[in-house]
Write a protein that binds this ligand. Structure first.
Ligand code: NAD
Length: 297
């Protein structure tokens, strides 16, 4: 029987894109992918997808193009120009950008794509690498209702909570708020960890009981072992959270919202990065608190 599901092109097979595209393959979709690393293309092929040699080759027959790259400049690089998605995808295709970027980049992309007959949704995600592997991501979407309805069955293979938040850029605005909450939460957990250890309390026991009360959080559940084992393999890199704190502080300034605690945590993330820890998981905010508390880490 022929496959009647929409044909998918996937651009950006990193920490998130690889497991997400594999979940689409498991759900029965034909996925053709392109990314910069050969080993990730080999991984896609081994999972049952098709590796393409360029963006143009990946998107030319696709009904739906999904992108998952680091930041706004990467989204612009893969979307625009003679080799980009807008020039090479079919008219009528749906472009779902799942990267976390500035809301304005998403608005501009939707406008530019409309001229080419390509529909766009911004659909950034929360839930981390584990959420991507387990297909339980939260997906915050901006764009038109009809395009959301088309995308919904595909997004349901990737996540559990899928919400249309408003017009183009709204998904990115909600994601920026998400990153604010996550960074502040990690910082509070990191401060608690250093306080508890210096007080001589059994850290494992303390974190277990804290996670059962009002102080509990998905951050604590997902990052507890990182704190306990000082395991900062990413996960979600400090470099990316630095980018996201820039997005949220800038967007908040534009609308006149004050983020006093967020601004301090943005500086702590920037400082950690400046000390050479940008490639570590964001739970490495613990290292910043340890240094402030006199440890040589
Ligand atoms: P990553 O660095 O692991 O992967 C990015 C991928 O984009 C790489 O494979 C790279 O080859 C590809 N890429 C970059 N430029 C390209 C180009 N010109 N053409 C083709 N491919 C290109 O990043 P990630 O952790 O997977 O994050 C991707 C996005 O998802 C980011 O916006 C990030 O903020 C967001 N995000 C990440 C997490 C997480 O836990 N890692 C969680 C939620 C959201």
């Amino acid at each position: 029987m022929s496959n009647t599901l929409p044909k998918i092109a996937w651009i950006g097979l990193g920490i998130m894109g690889s497991p997400m595209s594999e979940n689409l393959i498991k759900a029965g979709y034909q996925v053709t992918g392109f990314t910069l690393e050969q080993d990730k293309l080999d991984r896609l092929a081994a999972a049952g997808g098709t590796a393409a040699a360029s963006i143009a080759e990946a998107v030319k027959d696709a009904d739906v193009v999904i992108t998952m790259v680091p930041a706004s400049p990467h989204v612009e690089a893969i979307s625009y120009g003679p080799d980009g998605i807008l020039e090479n995808a079919k008219s009528g295709a749906l472009l779902i950008d799942m990267s976390s970027i500035t809301p304005q980049t998403s608005v501009d992309l939707a406008k530019a794509a409309k001229d080419k007959g390509i529909r766009v949704l911004d659909a950034p995600v929360s839930g981390g690498e584990a959420g991507a592997i387990e297909a339980v991501l939260s997906i915050m979407v901006g764009g038109e209702q009809a395009d959301f309805d088309t995308a919904k069955p595909i997004l349901e293979a990737l996540g559990k909570t899928i919400v249309l938040c408003g017009p183009h850029g709204s998904g990115q605005t909600v994601k920026a708020a998400n990153q604010l909450i996550v960074a502040v939460n990690i910082q509070a957990c990191a401060e608690a960890v250093v306080f508890l250890e210096k007080s001589g309390v059994d850290l494992q026991a303390a974190l277990d009981v804290l996670n059962g009360g009002l102080a509990g959080s998905t951050v604590l559940t997902r990052k507890k072992d990182n704190f306990l084992n000082r395991d900062f393999k990413p996960g979600f890199r400090i470099d990316l959270h630095h980018k996201d704190m820039g997005i949220v502080t800038d967007a908040a300034r534009n609308v006149g919202a004050a983020l006093p605690v967020g601004a301090v945590v943005a500086q702590l993330v920037a400082s950690l990065r400046a000390q050479g820890d940008g490639g570590l998981d964001h739970s490495a905010l613990l290292r910043a608190v340890e240094r402030l508390s006199g440890a040589q880490v």
